[in-house]
Design a binder for this molecule. Structure first.
Ligand code: ARG
Ligand code: GLU
Length: 723
């Protein structure tokens, strides 16, 4: 063998190992045995794929539930205790909170089952089984049909398969595309409807660090809340009833008191919502270099205005706390994502891959494959101006609270105009609007909105090209108001009723169909409807047509990528179905000369403590436990109390609340975030810096037992410690 061929062999080996990089991938549980078990065991796992997902016997999947519509939760006791994040239970905790019982601020602990609080509308969904159904879904479909025809056939096949199943079963069925529509799986689920709140730490534990620390490691947030599943006497899901009993699950997690060491094997089992790992370079560039920067700038402007007023007035701070958190969360995520792609030269990597792809496609003589990338280029160029305009409409136009709010009156105007004798319909609308009005004004502060409006109008005007994306009122600003955005804003607020609670209440209370003209003439409503018209006439349909073409091209591109590297394992992008990610407990280096360790401790909370900064207030009770080093069985071997840890599991939004498990499959943590430097993992995973962030399960137990005095809850759990 000559040197040349030796080098070639080495190169081939290196290339084909690329997908084995620890951490990347969100794997389908029913395929673990086939694709991942061996590697997981080589990495240290002591259990089998069958222990994780089985349809023949109880397995871990019987203890993982989709919590509400956006988070993951896991069962940790024989009586159905359900653990998730504080930020996942937040709105429920808030709903139970009043000035007298401020559970959000002070925490809540049921001291027995009768004190647990029901949460109407909250569900927890358990996966019973998943099945591949690709062939049945694709019956009657061929590659030559238009997207529209294809979609209609798919929809009708899916409906047929799921309704046939549901006719024969007490369970629900839904079908989702995997690998961009090259495969389909049916999810059979059971939905629990009586989910009661058992405990939540005070916000300065559950949200410690707030938005300042959000998306960041080192982290010290005790981001958990505790619920319980109730069922009827026969053990079936049922709406809330006093007669319901705690659920006895087929499986619940054993909790390990051992803690973690650097490099330990770990896996996460949960519901990641959405990733896009297989996009062409054009798409990644558009997201990270065009769309994110625009949205970041718009959100930043808004956040600065929120902060300016919140810092002056604590009442305003409370009103805007949730809004601030919501706007800030993805603002920060997008900064991390764009920065991460830049640092790892993600676009260049995609371009290099695409060059190889093109060579391969040409060599294999497949003209359809060879045409994919130029076609993507064309489609994404067409999409860009539309997408940017859509972003400005939602992130600038609808960022003006009163404009977004006025939109909710469109239906009333429509009905009053087209169907004025239908008093029932109008009454229904009025009732809906009255409820909406209460929650709008509860958290509304006009001076903030006025400043936001001026700023957003200016940014919109400066950054949108003249022509079809400019509403008429922008012309008015340049004409009648001589380009003075502030003067226009003053005028709008002086004339409108949508920012004036009393005036609007009076109007709504005395509403008659013929008064719809007064709404139509309101300058805020006019703004809302002009922006709406632009969206519906010039953007929505156009975007959706291009996206349809992109989707069908993406299906082919996905298939082609898998063919090109046919001996590599591929994972399907996240789609809110149950997945397993695995990796190692690991610190990382965020920048030159800096290394972040893999764990944080209570020491760090005390270092961050600052009674004057809301995000860093530490309660006396926690300080006292710290001063007395009263950590009980929850202390680490090193004598400190561990709070969080970082690991290389590939996670995303929706994985919040997911169980983090050790080599024995025992619960060691609860996932709640990712580190900032690694948030581009939704587009491209970098094993050097992509880390998921979890609370150490011992910190959770410490808070329940030592801090809250609710240690009785531990009696129904199974805690283990190895010698
Ligand atoms: N970044 C986490 C997630 O995406 C936590 C968000 C809630 N916390 C907050 N400080 N806003 O959902
Ligand atoms: N906090 C996120 C959630 O609510 C998880 C963080 C992430 O995106 O990884 O799902």
């Amino acid at each position: 063998m000559n040197i040349r061929s030796t080098i070639l062999i080495i190169v081939v080996i290196i290339v084909s190992r690329i997908t084995l990089i620890g951490g990347e991938g969100m794997w389908i549980p029913m395929l673990l045995q086939q694709l991942n078990e061996k590697e997981m065991q080589e990495m240290g796992m002591k259990i089998t794929a069958e222990d994780i997902y089985s349809i023949n016997q109880s397995s871990m999947k019987d203890a993982i539930l989709l919590f509400g519509r956006g988070c993951t939760s896991e069962i940790i006791s024989k009586d159905g205790l359900l653990l998730t994040n504080h930020h996942c239970g937040y709105s429920r905790i808030q709903k139970h909170s009043t000035v007298d019982h401020d559970y959000l601020t002070n925490g809540f602990w049921a001291m027995n089952k009768s004190e647990e609080l029901p949460n109407p509308g909250l569900t927890a969904t358990l996966l019973i089984e998943m099945k591949e159904v690709t062939d049945s879904v694709l019956v009657g479909v061929d590659d030559d049909m238009t997207m529209k025809v294809r979609q209609d056939i798919l929809a009708s096949n899916i409906k047929k398969i799921t309704s046939n199943f549901e006719k024969e079963s007490k369970y629900k069925a839904s079908i989702k595309p995997f690998f961009k529509g090259n495969e389909y799986y049916m999810m059979i689920t059971e939905v629990f409807k009586d989910i009661r709140l058992v405990g939540a730490p005070p916000s300065n534990i559950g949200k410690f660090g707030g938005d300042t620390d959000n998306w960041m490691w080192p982290r010290h947030t005790g981001d958990f809340s505790l619920f319980r599943i109730y069922v009827d006497k026969d053990g079936n899901p049922a709406e809330y009833s006093e007669d319901n009993v705690p659920y006895h699950p087929k499986y619940y997690f054993t909790i390990s008191l051992d803690g973690v060491e650097e490099d330990d094997f770990t896996f996460v089992f949960g519901y990641p919502a959405r990733t896009n790992e297989y996009l062409p370079s054009y798409a990644v560039e558009q997201i990270t270099e065009v769309r994110n920067p625009d949205k970041i700038k718009l959100r930043q402007t808004r956040l600065e205005i929120f902060s300016k007023y919140s810092n002056r007035d604590p009442e305003v701070r409370i009103k805007y706390a949730t809004k601030h958190a919501r706007v800030a969360n993805y603002w920060k995520k997008m900064i991390g994502e764009s920065g991460g792609i830049q640092r790892m030269k993600g676009i260049e990597k995609k371009i290099d891959f695409e060059a190889d792809f093109l060579t391969w496609a040409n060599e294999s003589g497949n003209s359809q494959y060879a045409a994919i990338l130029p076609e993507f280029n064309k489609l994404y160029s067409e999409l860009e101006p539309l997408q940017v305009a859509a972003d400005y409409l939602s992130e600038a136009g609808m960022a003006i609270e009163v404009v977004k709010y006025a939109n909710t009156y469109r239906k009333l105007v429509g009905t009053s105009k087209d169907d004025p004798v239908n008093q029932d319909k109008i009454d229904d609308e009025i009732k809906r609007l009255k409820n909406g009005k209460k929650s709008f004004f509860k958290d509304y502060y006009q001076p903030i909105d006025e400043e936001v409006m001026t700023a957003m109008l200016k940014l919109y005007d400066m950054n949108m090209p003249d022509g079809m994306y400019k509403p008429q009122f922008i012309e008015t600003i340049h004409g009648k108001f001589k380009g003075d955005y502030q003067a226009y804003t003053d005028y709008v607020f002086s004339k409108s009723m949508f920012d004036k609670d009393e005036k609007l209440t009076e109007f709504v209370n005395k509403y008659k169909a013929k008064k719809y003209k007064k709404i139509q003439k309101d300058p805020v409503f006019e703004m809302a409807s002009q922006l709406g018209t632009i969206y519906y006439q010039n953007i929505r349909k156009q975007i959706s047509a291009i996206n349809n073409s992109i989707d069908s091209l993406m299906r082919i591109y996905m298939k082609a990528q898998m063919e090109m590297n046919s001996n590599e394992r591929y994972y399907s992008d996240a789609n809110f179905t149950l997945r397993v990610s695995y990796g190692n407990v690991n610190g990382y280096s965020p920048k030159d000369a800096v290394y972040y360790k893999h764990t944080t401790t209570l020491e760090g909370i005390m270092e961050k403590e600052d009674p004057d900064i809301y995000d860093y207030v530490v309660t006396d009770r926690l300080s006292e436990l710290y001063n007395n080093k009263d950590y009980g069985a929850y202390a680490d071997k090193d004598g400190t109390l561990h709070v969080g840890f970082a690991a290389s599991n590939h996670t995303t939004g929706g994985n919040s609340g997911s169980p983090v498990l050790n080599a024995d499959g025992h619960l060691i943590g609860v996932n709640f975030d990712r580190c900032w430097e690694g948030t581009m993992s939704d587009l491209m995973y970098d094993p050097e810096v992509c880390r998921n962030i979890s609370i150490d399960i011992r910190y959770f137990l410490f808070i329940v037992d030592k801090y809250a005095g609710a240690g009785y809850l531990l009696e129904e759990m199974n805690l283990v410690k190895s010698e």
